[in-house]
Design a protein. Structure first.
Length: 206
C-alpha cells in the first residue's frame, strides 16, 4: 500500500502535533518543519519521534524557516508531499498569548495584571505583585506579521459549523492536562529525593 505523505509547518505546536498524530494513526508519513529556535519546545511530538536507524520511521523533522524560500523548496522536493498543512505561528502574538494566559491563571485562582510595554512587559500576580510571566529575548521571532486574525463567519453561515467546546472549557481542559503532566514529571524526582540512604551493610567497599 502506498502511504500518503503530509508536510507540516508548526508541527511542534498544539494543532500541528494533534493533527500529525491523527494522520500517523491513518498510516501517513509525516514530515514536520520547525525553526531551529523551536528545538527546546518539542514536548508535544517527542512521543511520535523515532531514531532514524529504527524501522518504520514515519515521523521526520526538518529544520526550516518560512522566510527562507530556498530551504522550503528543498524540503518539498525531498519529501514530495501529497498534502501540506501550514500551521506555523499565531500572528497577533500579544492577543493570542495574553487572553488564554489570563484565563489559564484564573483556573488556578490567580489574576494577572500586565505592566510595562514591549519587551519589558510582565504579567504580575494582582494579589502579591509577584512576577509570573516575563519575556525571554532568546525566544523572540526574527519576523512576524503585524496583524492577522481569523473570522469564522463564513464557515458558520455556509457550512453550519459550530465549535464543539467553549473557549473557557478549552482553557480549563488544557490547564488540567498541564497540571497532570507537571504532577507526573515531579513525582519521580520527589520519590528519588526521599529515597533512604543505604545502611552500612549495604555499602560495598570501593
Amino acid at each position: 500500500m502506498v502511504r500518503r505523505v503530509a508536510l507540516f509547518t508548526g508541527v511542534t505546536g498544539q494543532d500541528g502535533a494533534f493533527l500529525a498524530e491523527l494522520l500517523l494513526g491513518k498510516g501517513y508519513i509525516i514530515h514536520g518543519i520547525k525553526r531551529r529556535s523551536s528545538s527546546f519546545n518539542t514536548g508535544l511530538v517527542d512521543h511520535l519521534y523515532k531514531d532514524r536507524h529504527e524501522d518504520d520511521r514515519r515521523f521526520v523533522m526538518h529544520h526550516g524557516d518560512l522566510t527562507d524560500a530556498t530551504n522550503i523548496i528543498r524540503i518539498m522536493q525531498e519529501t514530495q508531499p501529497d498534502e501540506i498543512y501550514n500551521l506555523a505561528a499565531q500572528s497577533h502574538v500579544q492577543v493570542s498569548f495574553e487572553t488564554p494566559v489570563e484565563a489559564a491563571f484564573e483556573q488556578v485562582g490567580r489574576r494577572i495584571e500586565w505592566r510595562g510595554t514591549a519587551i519589558d512587559e510582565k504579567g504580575m500576580d494582582a494579589a502579591s505583585g509577584r512576577t509570573l510571566i516575563e519575556i525571554d529575548p532568546r525566544h523572540l521571532r526574527p519576523t512576524e506579521l503585524d496583524f492577522l486574525i481569523g473570522d469564522v463567519t463564513k464557515t458558520r453561515d455556509k457550512l453550519g459549523w459550530r465549535p464543539g467546546i467553549s473557549f473557557d472549557a478549552l482553557v480549563a481542559e488544557m490547564v488540567d492536562a498541564d497540571l497532570v503532566l507537571i504532577s507526573s514529571e515531579a513525582r519521580p524526582a520527589v520519590k528519588s529525593a526521599r529515597r533512604p540512604k543505604p545502611s552500612p551493610r549495604e555499602v560495598q567497599p570501593a
